[in-house]
Design a protein around this ligand. Sequence first.
Ligand SMILES: [Zn+2]
Length: 212
Amino acid sequence: MSFASGSLRPLWVSILLIATASTPSAFAGEELLPELKVNFLALKNYRPADVSKVHAAAELIERTVNSSEFREAVLSFTFKGARRFNDNNGLTNEEIYRKLREGNELLLGRTDYTADFDLQLYVPRFWQSRNVIGYTNPDEMRIYVNRRFFEKFTIAEIAANMIHEWTHKLGFGHTYERTPDRPYSVPYGVGRLIQELGPDLLDGGPAISEAH
Ligand SMILES: [Zn+2]
């Protein structure tokens, strides 16, 4: 749905816009949130072509997380018939959305509206699994990305993996085992939203926010 902006907007369009604005998605103070920016603290072992790819993924993350489509998708996220995420740390969808926008990583402890990424590409050694896309540890900002996947992944898949690992930095987890409920955790759920919504938003130019 898109409307041309301008002062000659017919009445029925205005009524539709009001209807859009009054969905349960709006919550107090939301409109005051600055846009989330992606920042790279480090890009270790990234060659020039890798840097281009990861920058494109960062742009996809910014476009998507700041879009009205993403907001709607997070706020209406449903797990087992209720509007919630699995493994949500006791937070509502609204609170999770706010956390994603605020960018307050546990280890940095600052609400700077910035997703800070410390990334390192690695080639699995013989003792490491070749099938792990990426991993991180709770006591460090660094996120390790398997070059094997990075090279064959689309921009959207790279972005989804980045946001997955980054939500761990915000304190969200998931089961280690591949259970039926795991895709509804914050890391997997938000990762999937980025992958699904991102490509259209990137191709379609600036996201149209009609309700504000
Ligand atoms: Zn994970």
